[in-house]
Design a protein around this ligand. Structure first.
Ligand code: HH2
Length: 371
């Protein structure tokens, strides 16, 4: 397999994305394909080449490929023109796994602990509003097993007001300085270039932008200049307006196409493709049905070729599924989601409850055979 760098050097970023209408993937050797896209003659060729094909309850069929070592031969043995699309999607998923391994040097998923230095975040607003409290919380998250600490100084809950740049910087900077000096890997959760620049100068390594660079496009250049990592999350509008834009024909494909555009913009701005992460943006301009669709079909996003970050922790969709109204009481729902996301191949899981999440993931990984 080519290295992430070599593959992404191809100007047609995300060749795999051409296959989006047709292909999903689960694990490294499984493709989920929309039935309508699987022509009969291709189906016959796949079967003749040693793949297994199983129908699922949904509109997809599941194709099991031979072991990884023979995948290249497998694809070259298929003469059907659509096989190139299937191959691209399969390679995209492997590329995302490879980029993750390059950035993290280990197996996925890893935990990103949420550290909101805000007065008004939806589940922990005001709990770590002073720098001293936030730094102490950061240390706890690290000791509990977080690989990343995601520091935020502006709530992005539905309806949240915008925080002035100076105030956002004042909230996050002392926290980042202190934790980075102690060796923590810090992500800055911001939509603003100036905040990102200050955070990167203070030791942050990853810019986590819920707007994927749309809110303040200069954030892409700032990230590129620092040779930092960038997480492009999907949303529409702003936190104040997003819920009125939760209207999709096919949520999975629309989110994937939008993220593909954000990935292209990030790479065009100079961000290393090997340092790019994508996030479906659970609860951002999405109703329950859209959240569930993108999570069920996370494989479509994986085929774009970048590691996936997902934040489900304590979110409203858990209330809709379990009836638990108070965000801080949604731990059980959060952990159920986490185990499912591990099975789906998400690479970084953004959570409030690090210790419990780490324990849940240890069990999930053991059962999934990745322990
Ligand atoms: N969710 C929130 C904030 N930032 N970043 C990414 N990449 N993915 C997410 O799902 C995501 C995010 C919202 O959660 P939280 O930070 O706990 O709340 P608030 O925005 O109210 O501070």
């Amino acid at each position: 397999m080519s290295t992430p760098h070599q593959t992404h050097a191809d100007p047609s970023v995300g060749d795999a994305a051409q296959a989006l209408d047709a292909v999903q993937r689960e694990g490294t050797h499984i493709l989920w394909i929309r039935q309508a896209a699987l022509a009969l003659d291709l189906r016959e060729q796949l079967l003749a080449s040693g793949a297994t094909i199983a129908k699922s309850a949904s509109e997809h069929v599941r194709i099991g490929l031979p072991p990884l070592s023979c995948v290249a031969d497998f694809w070259s043995g298929l003469a059907h023109p659509d096989a190139a699309l299937l191959r691209a999607a399969s390679e995209g998923a492997q590329r995302g796994d490879a980029c993750f391994a390059q950035m993290h040097g280990g197996s996925s998923p890893v935990i990103m602990g949420i550290l909101n230095a805000t007065p008004d975040s939806f589940s922990d607003g005001g709990m770590h509003a002073s720098a001293t409290a936030a730094i102490a919380r950061g240390r706890t998250l690290l000791s509990e097993g977080a690989t990343w600490i995601d520091v935020g100084g502006e709530s992005t809950r539905p309806g949240a007001p915008e925080v002035p740049v100076d105030e956002e910087i004042a909230r996050v900077l002392p926290v980042i300085e202190a934790l980075a000096a102690e060796g923590a890997r810090i992500s800055i959760d911001t939509r603003k270039a100036q905040v990102a620049a200050a955070a990167l100068a203070a030791g942050a390594e990853l810019v986590n932008d819920v707007s994927g660079g749309l809110f303040d496009p200069a954030i892409l250049e700032v990230t590129a200049r620092a040779d930092a990592a960038f997480c492009a999350m999907h949303m529409r509008g702003t936190p104040a307006t997003m819920q009125s834009q939760a209207d999709y024909g096919d949520a999975v494909l629309e989110v994937a196409r939008a993220l593909r555009k954000r990935a292209r913009a990030a790479i065009d701005a100079g961000i290393s493709p090997a340092k790019l992460l994508l996030d479906p943006g659970i609860g951002f301009a999405k109703k329950l049905e859209h959240n569930l669709a993108v999570l069920r079909e996370l494989d479509v996003l994986a085929s774009l070729g970048f590691p996936l970050l997902v934040g489900l922790s304590r979110k409203k969709m858990l209330e809709e599924l379990t009836g638990v109204v108070t965000p801080r009481e949604r731990l059980a729902g959060s952990l159920g989601g986490l185990a499912a996301l591990a099975a789906k191949g998400a690479h970084i899981l953004r959570v409030h409850d690090v210790r419990e999440s780490r324990e849940a993931l240890a069990v999930a990984a053991a059962i999934l055979g990745r322990g």
